[in-house]
Write a protein of this length. Structure first.
Ligand SMILES: Cc1cc2nc3c(=O)[nH]c(=O)nc-3n(C[C@H](O)[C@H](O)[C@H](O)COP(=O)(O)O)c2cc1C
Length: 340
């Protein structure tokens, strides 16, 4: 059923904090590490793939964000109102707000070219369904394709587009929800509720993600028909993860106890620990991705540079309190240990 790695554990790509070392460590431990390609330049993506190949000869994957069409006429007014709300916070942090770019594609074509040049075993896509041409060319160089979905309708679309594997991401997941349409409100169902309906329309292996933190979760997922699990939050505190100090401080703070799904940081719904940024901006957030992400970047960067947990995105899945420190290989081993 699961043939991409010896163990049915996928290390989630984590844009901004994942490293080639983390990807390689998960693969070397018998799982499948995935290089986070989102937000990277094509040159950096190529360098990260090459670095993983230096560190391990095990198979691994790479992840890309699909560019999402934005209605500029409608989005511009919404974005202006958000920029006004953000302005005092930016001023207090000593940064200017940038002019958003409406023609950005996250360098999708160039990064696809990099993956075609040095094909990983698996290419996973977030935020939609890959174009037919990309699917055809990746298949031609031998890469399998995984598409993140959040319900049965998205699963059907992904299978029709040629996905070889689905990643069913439930609402417990940390970071961005991979809902295909930016403006769609994501459902609040976990993979346990969604899996049967997705298996019913998917004649391909289904990997489940969201709140998978221990071997009981893994055993339950496999017994329910999942081919493997994908974990992000479980790896955040590991030695190989490049979690900035401000993020780590917020993630481990006992007094920060509330998780929210918010569009405040990027314009897309994402699960994070509630801090001051969320408290002030979540009520005013607008569904304009990735322009809100561009707009908030200098504030987040200033927060990270100052070690200020209140200004950075504290992405976390519902199992965040169970995240453990140490080598990523130990987390992989703990996930597949026989549950007591
Ligand atoms: C910090 C962080 C960054 C993430 N970045 C990405 C990404 O770049 N691409 C992607 O497909 N998923 C990303 N995700 C979502 C994961 O793929 C996965 O769905 C999620 O981590 C599963 O839930 P869990 O965090 O409870 O394990 C990210 C998750 C986190 C926590």
């Amino acid at each position: 059923m699961w043939s991409l790695s010896p163990l049915p554990v996928v290390g989630a790509p984590m844009a901004g904090v994942g490293t080639p070392e983390l990807t390689a460590a998960v693969s070397a431990a018998g799982g499948l590490g995935i290089v986070p390609g989102g937000y990277l330049t094509a040159a950096r993506c190529a360098a990260d793939l090459a670095r993983v190949r230096e560190l391990t000869d095990r198979p691994f994957g790479a992840n890309l964000f699909l560019p999402t069409p934005v209605d500029e006429a409608r989005g511009a007014a919404r974005l202006r109102s958000y920029a006004e709300a953000l302005a005092p916070i930016a001023a207090a942090a000593g940064v200017d707000l940038p002019e958003p770019r409406w023609d950005g594609t996250d360098d999708f074509d160039a990064k696809l070219g990099v993956l075609l040049d040095q094909p990983p075993a698996l290419v996973s896509f977030m935020f939609g369904v890959p174009p037919a041409d990309a699917v055809r060319r990746l298949h031609a160089v031998g890469s399998r394709i995984m598409v993140t979905v959040t319900d049965a309708a998205e699963a059907r679309a992904a299978v029709a587009a040629g996905a070889d594997v689905l990643c069913l991401q439930g609402a417990d997941a940390g970071g961005h929800r991979g809902t295909h349409r930016v403006e769609a409100e994501p459902n609040s169902a976990g993979w346990r509720e969604l899996l049967a309906s997705v298996l019913a329309v998917a004649p391909v292996p289904v990997v489940v993600a969201g709140g998978v933190m221990g071997s009981r979760d893994v055993a339950e997922a496999l017994a329910s028909g999942a081919a493997a699990v994908q974990c992000g939050t479980a790896f955040l505190l590991t030695d190989e993860c490049a979690m900035p100090a401000a993020y780590r401080a917020g993630f481990t703070a006992p007094e920060l106890t509330e998780l929210v799904v918010t569009r405040a940081f990027s314009g897309r719904p994402a699960r994070a620990i509630r801090n001051e940024f969320v408290a002030r901006l979540d009520p005013l957030a607008v569904p304009v991705y990735p322009m809100v992400n561009q707009l908030t970047r200098p504030v987040r960067a200033a927060g990270a540079a100052a070690g200020n947990r209140e200004l950075v995105s504290l992405w976390a899945g519902t199992g965040w309190r169970q995240a453990r420190t140490g080598p990523a290989a130990d987390v992989v081993a703990a996930l597949v240990r026989h549950p007591d």
